[in-house]
Write a protein that binds this ligand. Structure first.
Ligand SMILES: C[S@@+](CC[C@H](N)C(=O)[O-])C[C@H]1O[C@@H](n2cnc3c(N)ncnc32)[C@H](O)[C@@H]1O
Length: 217
């Protein structure tokens, strides 16, 4: 997708992907990110790529995590901080802006420009509607980039599977085979859930929710 596609979605407030109540599957499976022993410190630092203004960030903060996000749209991030009721500090860098306050840091710009030194160590990655937001060739670049900048941190992925012939993405259908193709060389992949998406996707097509936990090999 072109960047202009997403900027336009945020400018026109066409954000059907945004869940006002957050995602129940995160709460159900958060232990796969939060109970992992992967650092000397008990502090969990979760990366949320393509974060939009997801309410899940507020939930992760409420669990005592630090959260780092990456998002193209500054409109989204202004709304995120407003809705959290927090006044951020804004820093301008050569690759975009950084909005930060206490345990929350958001890189506003193209995720492909984010480096591992920008990001710092993360103990987990929460991917809800990030992989599925990207068309196939970009998805491969995204997966490779994510592994590079996080050193294959554990992931919780929430995706959709549906008949791609019935609707054009985004969101794109990313099934178990597609997740395997992207990640199985570097990660052990466990499918935690397949369940029917109530009401279908955009009210148009039948779809399943898929949830995966990935841990580095
Ligand atoms: C489908 S939305 C999902 C947002 C969020 N994960 C959620 O669950 O509500 C995808 C988001 O990715 C952002 N995005 C798309 N391409 C991006 C890129 N190259 N770098 C950073 N963010 C990007 C879009 O602006 C959009 O907010």
């Amino acid at each position: 997708m072109e960047h202009s596609f997403w900027h336009s979605k945020w400018q026109k407030n066409e954000i059907g992907f945004h869940e006002p109540e957050g995602n129940a599957l995160l709460i159900k499976y958060a232990s796969s990110l939060l109970d992992v022993e992967n650092s000397h410190s008990a502090l969990k630092r979760i990366f949320v790529p393509l974060c939009g203004k997801t309410r899940d960030i507020g939930w992760l903060l409420s669990q005592g995590c630090e959260v780092v996000g990456a998002e193209l749209s500054e409109v989204a991030i202004i709304q995120l901080f407003e809705e959290l009721g927090v006044e951020p500090t804004v820093t301008t860098t050569s690759n975009g802006k950084i909005y930060a306050k206490d345990g929350l840091t958001i890189y506003v710009g193209d995720i492909f420009k984010l480096t591992s030194s920008d990001l710092g160590d993360v103990t987990g990655i929460y991917d809800r509607a990030a992989l599925v937001a990207l068309p196939s060739p970009l998805r491969e670049q995204y997966a490779a980039h994510l592994m590079t900048i996080t050193q294959c941190a554990p992931q919780l992925i929430i995706s959709f599977e549906y008949d791609q012939n019935e609707m054009a993405g985004p969101p794109f259908s990313v099934n178990e085979k597609a997740v395997d193709a992207l990640y199985s060389v570097d990660y052990n992949i466990q499918r935690l859930e397949r369940s029917v998406l109530e009401g279908g996707l955009k009210g148009k097509v039948d779809a399943d929710n898929l949830v995966f936990a990935l841990t580095a090999k």
